[in-house]
Design a protein around this ligand. Sequence first.
Ligand code: NDP
Length: 283
Amino acid sequence: MAHTIPNFSLNDGNTIPQLGFGVFQIEPKDTVRAVRTALDVGYRHIDTAEMYGNEAEVGQAIRESGLDRGDVFVTSKLNNGFHRPDDARKAFEQTLAALKFDYLDLFLIHWPLPTLYDGDFVSTWKVLEEFQRDGLARSIGVSNFQVAHLERLAAEAQVVPAVNQVEAHPYFGNEEVRAYDKTHNILTEGWSPIAQGRVLDDPTVVDIAEQVGRTPAQVTLRWHVQRGDIVFPKSVTPKRIEENFAIFDFELDDAAMDRITALDRGEAGRQGPNPDTFDYVPS
Ligand code: NDP
């Protein structure tokens, strides 16, 4: 059956499909095939990053699909070594060149890196404001920003980020950041939505999946979309790419939602690094 993916309005008036396809850890040699499969299935939102090393292949897959550029929402992110304004400008140019696009739908600061660059992510953000003014990034946002980082942008910058892309899944609900986002008109995007597979054999998730006749991945993704977050699960497996798309023809009741939400392990549930201390810069 055809699945209709909701489009959410961003705070700048643009729209974004709630469900997308993530390409982190997809080898460049596998990226064209995976993205083509996703586009064939019906995904119209691709989440990549300069750090993933596969922007060129994402652009190629979209061109080969025959879809219009305007039919696919594409996000990329500023890599960690490029926070200084001039470096950020060059890195963004390279991202557009790799994708062979003349604009991006959404460009994010990948990590705040508060322990590097004298803790100054504000001047980096102001360069993203420039890209948006110039029409080269239709929307701009951040990733892995904690509440304190968002508060600083609110105090020192002009534009409120359209999205904040942060780790979120049943073992790490990230509630404080989500609550800040919500009250400040920032949409939350949840990365590693199935915790890279770690939540799929959780007894509660498996039990709910059996009750509703869906897979654990579908139930977990459905929990995210009912919370109102944007997600883009990654897979190189065609059957899973299809399965992850088929989540808009069933609902979880409040009891099932609450049981999944109760799996939150707080900080201990994180899959990835803590943004307050993460300082990885690719060499
Ligand atoms: P996900 O939570 O999407 O999990 C991906 C893993 O789960 C892969 O190993 C995949 O295997 C497996 N999988 C996918 N679907 C199924 C299924 N239906 N059943 C069983 N296993 C499944 O992890 P990601 O870390 O990739 O997160 C998603 C996206 O979020 C990334 O691709 C990226 O776009 C973004 N992200 C952003 C970050 C940031 O800092 N901003 C950090 C991390 C991710 P296989 O591929 O072998 O099928």
